[in-house]
Design a protein around this ligand. Sequence first.
Ligand SMILES: NC(=O)c1ccc[n+]([C@@H]2O[C@H](COP(=O)([O-])OP(=O)(O)OC[C@H]3O[C@@H](n4cnc5c(N)ncnc54)[C@H](O)[C@@H]3O)[C@@H](O)[C@H]2O)c1
Length: 251
Amino acid sequence: MKDLPLQTKTALVTGARRGLGKAIALRLARSGADVVLNDIAAGQEECEGVAEEIRALGRKGLVATADVCAADQINEVMEKIVSECGRLDILVNNAGITRDMLLARMTEEQWDSVLNVNLKGTFLCTRAALKTMLKQRSGSIINIASVVGLMGNAGQANYAASKGGVIAFTKAVAKEVASRNIRVNAVAPGFIISPMTDKLSEEARRRLLCLIPLARLGKPEEVAEVVNFLAGDASAYITGQVVNVDGGMVM
Ligand SMILES: NC(=O)c1ccc[n+]([C@@H]2O[C@H](COP(=O)([O-])OP(=O)(O)OC[C@H]3O[C@@H](n4cnc5c(N)ncnc54)[C@H](O)[C@@H]3O)[C@@H](O)[C@H]2O)c1
């Protein structure tokens, strides 16, 4: 039990087909959790692959495709989790997108899509998960924010606003549900090797490295480690916090 601190727990990870979500799902499974992998329908096959890896670890690995912005789809995912796993202990709101553009040229579509997935998606999944967690009187919710939500970034006003919103949302909900033994924390990654940062130009990458005291990009597993800590009882007295995993960018 000591080696498997999340044994008997069920986790839902959104945006789990690849990148940070996949690393988080696998890390939680290695701690003993059964894991439900959510992503959009186009990610179903990759999710099935991750679920297979989780089952190979001896845990339940389920796939629940849904758009985090669609309340009816997310409510269905929660019903499926309760009927197949009987409970929900951990929610990781990881699904996220970028649509970068300088503000003067940013379209409403670029603004709305980023706010919808990153912020409204976090709201809808949290609201749906709380139904079960409030009845259980326990739970841990971890929202994947970004250092950009703390320090801003030119060309990412939509993304910065969404992640700053996620951080404020984290603190408000943490206060609201603490009395029911439900904790809500955020992790703010810096620049992590993933499909999202693979899109950066060499020039952008060089400029970024100058801002990182540890002088390298982070690994998805380094973010997953912190999520794993926040998910379990080792962090039982921590709520409403933002943990930066950023090589020292924000300090
Ligand atoms: N990679 C980084 O450097 C970095 C830094 C800070 C924060 N983050 C955050 O970490 C999270 C994961 O990012 P990543 O780098 O692994 O990117 P990624 O693009 O590899 O993963 C994001 C996942 O979310 C899924 N997704 C997108 N829209 C969705 C929707 N409507 N419903 C369900 N799933 C949806 C995508 O299909 C994808 O699998 C994001 O929230 C991102 O903002 C990443």
